[in-house]
Write a protein that binds this ligand. Sequence first.
Ligand code: GLY
Ligand code: MN
Ligand code: MN
Length: 408
Amino acid sequence: MASGRESLRNGDSHYPFRQDSDFWYLTGFDEPEAVLVIIPGRESGEQLMFLRERDPERAQWDGPRLGLEGARELLGMDDAFPIHDLDDILPGLMEGCERLFHLVGKDPLFDQRVLGWRNQLRARSKGQKGPGEIVSLEHLLHEQRLIKSSEEIRCMRRAAAIAAGAMSRAMRHCRPGMNEAEIQAELLHEYHRHGCQPAYQPIVAGGANALILHYITNNQLLPESGLLLIDAGCEYHNYAADISRTFPVSGRFGPAQRDVYELVLAAQQAAIDQVRAGQPYDAFHEAAVRVLTQGLIDLKLLQGSVDDNIEQQHFRRFYMHKTGHWLGLDVHDVGDYRIEGQSRLLERNMVVTVEPGLYIGAEDDIPEPLRNIGVRIEDDIRVTSGDPENLTHAVPSAVEEIEALMQR
Ligand code: GLY
Ligand code: MN
Ligand code: MN
C-alpha cells in the first residue's frame, strides 16, 4: 500500500499534505513517499515500511523526517528500508506469496509498479514464484474501517467537540453587516487553535445561497433578516466531524423561518431515533422523508397524501439529497451501504451523519414568506448497543437554545 502523494498547487507551492486515509488507518504515518508491505508469517518480519531516510540538509528546509529508525521504534514496523530501494527489494519479497492484496485502481501509477514487480518475478522464475492471484484489498479494508475501534471513536468524539465549539463560536460572533468570509474565519480560527484542519471546504451560506447545496464561495454579505446555513467540520488525527446548523443572522427566527426550521429539526429527531443496531441503513432516511413530507403538506407546499407524495417523490423538489452517510477518516467514509441489493443493517460502532434539510426556492407558486429559505441540520451519530450517541450534541439545535446563545 502506498502513502498519499504531495500535490503541486502552483509554482513551487504545494497543497497541504493530507495522508491517504487507508495508509493512515494501517500505519499512523503522516509522510508522503512511503510504501507499507505486510507479509503474514514472514519469519524475519511481517510489517515492513519503505520510506524517506533522514536527511540533515532537507531537514534544514522542510523539517525532520521520521526516518527508518523512527519507523521501527515509533510505528512498530519490524523492518524499514529506504524508499529508493523499493524496486530492488520488492519483487524478492513477493517470492513465497500465493496471493497479492492490493488497492487496485486507486493510484494507476502505483498499480503499474505493483504489476511490474510481480511480472518481473514471474518472468524470472518462469511462473514458478510470486503471487498467481491478485485480490483487491478495497472491500476487506473498507469493511474494517466501517466499524470504529474505541481509539477511533475517541478521535471522532474529539473532532466532534472541536467542530461543535467552532459552530457555537460562529453563532456567537454572527451579526448583521458581516460577510460570510468573516464567519468562515471564526470556524477556521477554532479548528487551527486546536491543531485541526477543516475536513472539507466549509459551506457558509447566507440567505438564498443556502439553496446551493455545495456553496463554498463564502464571500457575500449576510442578509440582515435571513438565515445563515453553515456546514463545516474539522479533522482530528484525520478523523472527520461534519456538522450543519442554520440560524438567523439577527439572532431571532422569523415565523416562517421558524416553521421550516422546526420541521427539519423534527425530521432529524425522528431520523436519529432510527440509528440503532439492527435497523436497516435506509430507515433513518425514510423516517426523515416521512416527517418532511407531512410538514410540506402542512405548509401547503405539497398537495395530496403523504404516501402518494413519497411514492411519486414529490418531496424531492424541496429535499433532493439523502439523509446521511458513513463518517470516519473520510467525510463521506468508505463501506458498502447495500449488501446483495438490500439496505445493510446498522451495527454497533458504525458512525453516520444525520442531515435532513429543506430548500425552498422563489418560484411563483411559493408563498412569499417561505421563499429562499434553506435549512439543514446535521449531527454525527454513533450506533451503540442502546440509544444513539450524538457526538456533536454540544452545539445547540433547539430554537430557544440557538437564540439564547446568539444573545450572549
Ligand atoms: N459536508 C458534506 C456533507 O455534509 O455531506
Ligand atoms: Mn456536512
Ligand atoms: Mn454530511
